[in-house]
Design a binder for this molecule. Structure first.
Ligand code: OAD
Length: 232
């Protein structure tokens, strides 16, 4: 780990699993009883807005019942103590990283606690249900949708992420299956520009062969141990 200054950390649903939030690709292939395509596409929202809103309203409400785990806290510690550059890119739409205290963080797939107005394009912090069609605080129209990047839509802040990946010395992937692009391709970009790449996951991800090093196990054990290692 000598000579490392710039770090990019990518997290996925696996980091929140031990907090009690379901991953997307569980053994039954369903996310909280639904196919991802039925609740996570623009077509699904157009076809059955009541279902999509009910689904995300339930996910948002569930955040009140869960807490950050040791892996979120360890990354928040890294954020507070790492003197070099750090960017934590999460695919997760929960708020557990920020509740643990992480600041150098971006949500590439959007956030449950945010509303996106389909009329004016503004994003607003949002805590309450959206299925009852509340008006947009900006334009007043009742066309708010979950601020979630659906399949077929462009993830947030890709330019910033690409620059960080090209500059980083170390790329770390935690709790993601490597099934969804563009995040699944980050390891290859980072390696191409010379970074060391470390994967921490319960099982080898789809892109496991591209990593320099893989550590298999629960994030709540692996991540605190790695943070301790890199900070000492
Ligand atoms: P997945 O559900 O596809 O993968 C979760 C990964 O975490 C799996 O490889 C599990 O083995 C691993 N895992 C589970 N529990 C773990 C634990 N305790 N410690 C470490 N690893 C664990 O979730 P993502 O890869 O995050 O997109 O899914 C990517 C995207 O697909 C999501 O952001 C979502 C979904 O469609 C959107 O919502 C836009």
């Amino acid at each position: 780990m000598r000579g490392i200054d710039r770090i990019v950390v990518l997290t996925g649903a696996g980091i929140s699993a031990e907090s009690g939030l379901a991953t997307f690709r569980g053994p039954d292939g369903l996310w909280e009883g639904h196919r991802v395509e039925d609740v996570c596409t623009p077509e699904a929202l157009a076809r059955d807005p009541a279902l999509v809103h009910a689904f995300y309203d339930a996910r948002r409400a569930k955040l009140g019942e869960v807490e950050p785990n040791a892996a979120h806290h360890a990354l928040a510690r890294l954020d507070a103590e790492w003197p070099g550059e750090l960017l934590i890119v999460t695919q997760n739409v929960d708020d557990l990283h920020e509740r643990a205290g992480a600041r150098r963080l971006l949500h590439m797939h959007g956030e449950l606690k945010s509303a996106l107005c389909a009329a004016c394009g503004a994003r607003h912090p949002w805590e309450t249900p959206m299925g009852n069609h509340p008006p947009c605080p900006g334009c007043g129209q009742s066309r708010l949708r979950p601020d979630i990047v659906f399949f077929g839509e462009m993830p947030y802040e890709m330019e910033r992420i690409d620059v960080a990946l090209e500059r980083c010395d170390l790329f770390v992937s935690i709790g993601t299956s490597g099934a969804v692009y563009p995040a699944a391709g980050f390891v290859r970009t980072a390696r191409h520009y010379g970074a060391w790449a470390l994967e921490m996951n319960l099982e080898p991800s789809a892109g496991s062969v591209y990593f320099s090093e893989s550590r298999m196990g629960p994030a709540s054990e692996l991540v605190p141990a790695w943070v301790e290692e890199i900070l000492s």
